[in-house]
Design a protein around this ligand. Structure first.
Ligand SMILES: Nc1ncnc2c1ncn2[C@@H]1O[C@H](COP(=O)(O)OP(=O)(O)OP(=O)(O)O)[C@@H](O)[C@H]1O
Length: 717
């Protein structure tokens, strides 16, 4: 015991233990595989046969598991060093952990071998004990050690510091125990070494396998890179395909939407067609039923037809009888038509007789209404004129404070208050509110006479602004109610001529329009450019008047005549005077020559309708005309006074009638003589300041009205 205790503390069974300072910490120990690399095991070792690759894998897995359990194993080793039972690693089979291998190495602890680090590591577990031993042996005891020694001196407690011997004994005891444990560990280490050799063989085998695997791995990598390349190419192709397919999908979507639209349209058409079809079916059904009805009706109609044919035969007989009766009636109608024509002839005779009874020269007086500013004075009433006669034949004038006027054609009554009263009587007096239609009604029979072959002369006489043009021509193309005597006469002539066509009459109408201005004739229907001279000539044997170079136009409609009147109106010489703002300073003569032929009776007629708008009869004193206008007025007055002279001469049946003293009377000689019907309008102004002019005009008209010119005769071809 004594010699053993003198052995160095760091030797086990004679071999030196590694220095504690050179021991590696357990965590830095290399794994068994690494150890195997440093210490190859020859195949000649009596190691178990190398397991196949799966067996090697399994062994690796077991090793891994063992490593995971390593800390606990270490604890068990330390425990074993302290005298507890140590489980030999061999009993655990091939699944030996790195920690257990290390413990085996420590137990063997061969000096100066390649496994030294492992042994050192294993030895490190007992270092504290060894150190303590060294300290006890070499160095003086510290106070703490001493107290411990003191405690040991007593069983179950520390030995006192001074009990060195006791403490040494204790240490020796401990050493012996350690040594016995060491031999045990040595056995374990041997078995571990053999186990390690086996494992190294397995490891070498595994390394070969690893190399094979690496070759395989390299090939695999190459294959993988080739496959990756292929994969990239495939991906590119796939991308292209995807793009292509996307395009195709878009196209297909577009086609799909188009087709859907077409389908919708076709659906709509189909439903419409279905509806139409159902409608047609119902129509067919109704037509079928109608056809059945019609068939039935047809049968009935056939029956009726047979009856009608029978009745028709009877009617044919009746018709032949009626034809006989109609022939008799037609004969009667022919008789009656000839009677009508006779009646027409007699009507003309009677009409002429009536005209004769009325007198060949008749005078109508027309008073125009107050216009514009004229209405402002006297509350718009004409106070100096009265129309007392219900038969419209009398006009009364009252003049206050003018004793110089003491004449009257009919009567004159002067009152004490110096009011002079004048009565005038004419064939007709038209009051200011008389309409154009009302005036024309009175002259329409005269117009009819022109168609019957008479020379009719209607002229308007009066002072400027008294309403002559309004009476003869009217006002405004768009005011049919204001149409004058000329357009109305033309209208009536065309209408009557048309009516007379039934009685066999056909008329040719020739229009001319002229004016006499300053005793010069001007053609109002001419172009106006030529400076032609117009002379009045008597046509021998016909007792007719002709004007040379005058335009005669055949007319066949009222519209045509209306256009001629418009043209003439533009050509008329119109001049301003102080008496009227638009005064016509010439006589205008519209002449319509009517030549009628009766194809049935072979009668013929030539009539002339003269419609004359005379120039204003102004007194020189009133008109205040000067220069050229004075000459105009003088010429007008001369012709007008000559007209009066002619009428007087005719009335007095004088042997010489002074027709040639003025162009007007010379032109109208056939219309003023015995073979004519003459109507004079005396137009008067309602203005009181025109009283004297009005009086003059009325006096002249009264003279004309008193004339008995003779009996008119119609001209027969
Ligand atoms: N009965 C009537 N009703 C309404 N207005 C009328 C009537 N008579 C004439 N007038 C108007 O009085 C004005 C003068 O008439 P108009 O020109 O016919 O006179 P006149 O006698 O022809 O004059 P002149 O001799 O200068 O040609 C015109 O504006 C016309 O429209």
């Amino acid at each position: 015991m004594e010699s053993q205790s003198r052995l160095p503390l760091n030797t086990v069974n004679g071999s030196r233990l590694p220095q504690p300072s050179k021991l590696r910490p357990p965590s830095k120990l290399k794994p068994p595989t690494m150890l195997a690399t440093k210490r190859p095991i020859s195949p000649a070792d009596d190691a178990p046969a190398v397991p196949k690759a799966p067996a090697a894998k399994k062994a690796k897995v077991e090793i891994m598991k063992a490593q995971a359990k390593a800390p606990n194993k270490r604890r068990s080793i330390v425990s074993s060093k302290l005298g507890k039972k140590v489980v030999p690693p061999v009993s655990r089979g091939i699944a030996v952990s790195r920690a257990s291998v290390t413990r085996s190495a420590v137990s063997k602890a061969p000096p100066a071998t390649t496994r030294a680090p492992t042994a050192r590591a294993a030895t490190s577990r007992v270092v504290p004990t060894t150190k303590t031993t060294v300290a006890k042996r070499g160095a003086p005891l510290s106070s703490t050690a001493r107290s411990t020694t003191n405690n040991v001196s007593k069983p179950g407690g520390k030995r006192p510091a001074w009990d060195v011997k006791g403490r040494l004994e204790d240490m020796e005891t401990m050493f012996r125990e350690a040594m016995s444990g060491n031999s045990e560990l040595q056995g374990q280490m041997d078995s571990n070494n053999s186990r390690l050799a086996q494992l190294e063989a397995i490891n070498a085998q595994l390394e070969g396998t690893v190399q094979q695997k690496e070759v395989l791995n390299t090939r695999g990598q190459e294959e993988i890179s080739a496959l990756e390349k292929k994969l990239r190419e495939s991906r590119d192709e796939l991308d292209d395909s995807v793009r292509r397919f996307n395009h195709e999908i878009e196209d297909l979507k577009f086609i799909k939407s188009t087709l859907e639209r077409q389908r919708d349209t076709l659906d709509g058409e189909l439903s419409a067609s279905k509806q139409e079809c159902s409608g047609l079916k119902s129509t067919v059904a109704s037509l079928s039923s109608a056809q059945a009805g019609l068939n039935a009706e047809l049968g009935a109609t056939k029956l009726n037809l047979d009856q009608a044919l029978q009745a028709g035969r009877i009617k044919d007989e009746t018709i032949s009888e009626l034809r006989g009766i109609i022939a008799n009636h037609e004969a009667t109608i022919g008789d009656q038509e000839s009677q009508i024509r006779e009646h027409e002839t007699r009507r003309r005779i009677l009409h002429n007789t009536i005209q004769e009874l009325k007198g060949n020269i008749r005078v109508f007086c027309r008073v125009r209404p107050l216009l514009g500013d004229e209405l402002l004075g006297n509350d718009g009433e004409i106070q100096h004129m009265t129309f007392p006669d219900p038969d419209h034949k009398v006009l009364e004038l009252d003049k206050t404070g003018d004793s110089t006027l003491n004449e009257s054609t009919v009567s004159r009554k002067a009152s004490a208050s110096q009011t002079t009263h004048y009565d005038f009587q004419f064939d007709r007096v038209f009051e200011p509110d008389s309409k154009q239609s009302c005036v024309f009604e009175e002259i329409s029979q005269l117009v009819q006479s022109a168609l019957d072959g008479y020379n009719v002369c209607i002229f308007a006489y009066g002072q400027t602004g008294s309403g002559k043009t309004f009476t003869m021509e009217g006002r405004g193309e768009n005011e049919p109610e204001n149409a004058g005597m000329i357009p109305r006469a033309v209208e009536q002539i065309f209408k009557n001529a048309s009516d007379l066509e039934d009685k066999g009459w056909k008329y040719e109408m020739q229009a001319s329009f002229l004016e006499i201005y300053n005793e010069t004739i001007r053609d109002l229907l001419g172009s106006g450019k030529e400076d032609l001279k117009h002379e009045i000539k008597m046509v021998p044997n016909v007792n007719d008047v002709n004007v040379t170079n005058l335009t005669y136009i055949n007319v066949n409609s009222p519209k045509q005549v209306s256009n001629l009147l418009s043209k003439a109106a533009q050509n008329r010489a119109v001049a301003e005077t102080k008496c009227n703002e638009r005064s016509s300073r010439s006589h205008s003569v519209f002449r319509l020559k009517l030549t009628g032929t009766n194809t049935i009776t072979s009668e013929g007629s030539i009539g002339t309708l003269n419609l004359i708008d005379l120039a204003g009869s102004e007194r020189l004193k009133e008109s205040k005309s000067e220069g050229a206008r004075l000459k105009e007025t003088q010429a007008i007055n001369k012709s007008l006074s000559n007209l009066g002279n002619v009428i007087m001469a005719l009335a007095n049946k004088e042997p010489h009638i002074p027709y040639r003293n003025s162009k007007l009377t010379y032109l109208l000689q056939n219309s003023l003589g015995g073979n004519s019907k003459t109507l004079m309008f005396v137009n008067v102004s309602p203005k009181e300041e025109c009283f004297n002019e009005t009086l003059c005009s009325l006096r002249f008209a009264t003279k004309v009205n008193q004339c008995q010119i003779g009996t008119a005769t119609k001209k027969v071809k």
